[in-house]
Design a protein around this ligand. Structure first.
Ligand code: LLP
Length: 390
């Protein structure tokens, strides 16, 4: 909820900008940690790709989470924000030699490896730097996450993970490579998963694969089930914080683990999604023959999710309350995909009104672009008593 107190401080600021409620982030992290307390052998590495703003990373680090990175840039940002190398996991289907070397030099905790070829590359680079690389094998479990096809990652047609048929070859490569230490298994089947039954099916698949490794005499120190827990985009105020307890309990119940085996998660959206909002201002309204448009000063360059995934974001007019009309809320970019919502019920909307596009904390600001040479303003943060800039 964007409070009246917050709205007063937002008025008069130059738009567009991202506005983060750090008190909600803190509440989310508290709920996450309370749920983790009931599962002492669970660990969460925050998926940095969702949001890399320093005030956010610092809070996540202070809450005791690790960092899940997908590039050398993210590893560097994690280390600058206080995470130690031992708290950093490096995932990604296309790690460059320079990025792998950077991770080795820094001594990160684990590389999540996505192909047999990558295993050999990491083994060679580690050997040439006199290092041992701790690795987890990312599996492709061929499982439908039931989410948008662009953010589904666990099916055979997806580029991610090692096909089950390649596991023999992967184990052979590892056995022949003294510079590799196989510590765990990894999988991530998709994002914005709201049907928890999907995770139950993941556990069942996972259990079979873990047994196969045990039959080969491999003892795994950790299992990593990735991220994916979805948030409520339709009703962000009723479900501002995810039900982490039910989510963790599900894995505790369905995923078979051996004594001492840790269970790792890589949550992104569920941690930062609801604390961020895109704040934009209405430049023009236009009442066409079929539609009314609210043309705002942010566009797909600031938040691409509706254009790219047909994603729904709840939209609010923070300045008006009277009347009701349906608007297409659109940006200034010359593309018909440049919209935030279609037929959005809003009060009678006027030039100058402040609009909030809600639930934009994850995969919002990180995915901005300079298309049309547009510039976004620095983010603003609500710390409980007022607004602070980064
Ligand atoms: N781990 C791996 C290996 C991943 O690929 C991802 C997300 C995560 C963890 C974190 O997933 P989360 O808990 O946030 O669902 N830009 C898209 C989402 C892309 C997600 C990519 N991978 C969006 O705006 O919906």
């Amino acid at each position: 909820m964007i409070s009246q107190e917050q709205i007063q401080t937002l008025e008069g600021q130059q738009t567009p900008f991202y506005f983060y409620d750090l008190t909600l982030l803190d509440g989310t992290l508290e709920a996450l940690n309370a749920a983790l307390k009931t599962h002492p052998d669970f660990r969460v590495h925050y998926a940095m790709k969702a949001n890399v703003n320093r005030p956010i990373l610092e809070r996540i680090h202070q809450a005791g989470l690790g960092a899940d990175c997908v590039s050398g840039g993210e590893i560097a940002r994690a280390l600058e924000s206080g995470f130690t190398p031992a708290e950093v996991v490096f995932a990604g289907v296309g790690k460059s030699d320079a990025e792998i070397t950077f991770g080795l030099e820094k001594g990160i905790f684990c590389f999540n490896v996505e192909s047999v070829q990558e295993l050999s590359v990491i083994a060679d680079l580690a050997a040439s730097h006199n290092k041992t690389a701790t690795i987890a094998l990312r599996l492709n479990p061929n499982l439908d996450a039931g989410t948008h096809h662009y953010i589904s990652t666990g099916k055979v047609e997806n580029k991610f993970g090692i096909p089950v048929a390649d596991l023999d070859a992967a184990l052979e490569t590892i056995k022949a490579s003294p510079s590799l230490h196989l510590a765990g298994l990894h999988t991530h089947i998709g994002s914005q998963i709201t049907d928890l039954g999907v995770f139950e099916r993941l556990c069942q698949k996972y259990n079979g694969i873990v047994s196969w490794f045990e039959d080969q005499g491999v003892r795994l120190e950790h299992l990593n089930v990735g991220g994916g827990l979805g948030i409520d985009y339709r009703d962000p105020d009723s479900h501002a914080i995810c039900d982490f307890q039910t989510y963790f309990d599900l894995f505790g119940r369905y995923l078979g683990r051996r004594e001492g085996q840790l269970l790792h998660f890589e949550l992104g959206r569920a941690i930062v999604g609801q604390c961020g909002n895109l704040i934009t201002q209405v430049l023009y309204t236009k009442h066409g023959e079929q539609k009314s448009f609210a043309i705002v000063d942010a566009g797909m360059t600031e938040l691409i999710r509706p254009a790219l995934y047909q994603a729904y974001h709840h939209i609010e007019n923070l300045s008006a309350t009277e009347g009701l009309r349906k608007y297409d809320v659109v940006g200034p970019v010359c593309e018909s995909s440049d919209f935030f919502g279609k037929d959005v019920p809003l009060p009678e909307t006027n030039r100058g009104d402040l609009i909030a596009v809600r639930s934009a904390g994850a995969y919002g600001e990180v995915m901005t672009s300079h298309y049309n040479l547009r510039q976004i303003r620095p983010a603003m943060y609500w710390d409980g008593s007022g607004i602070v800039e980064e």
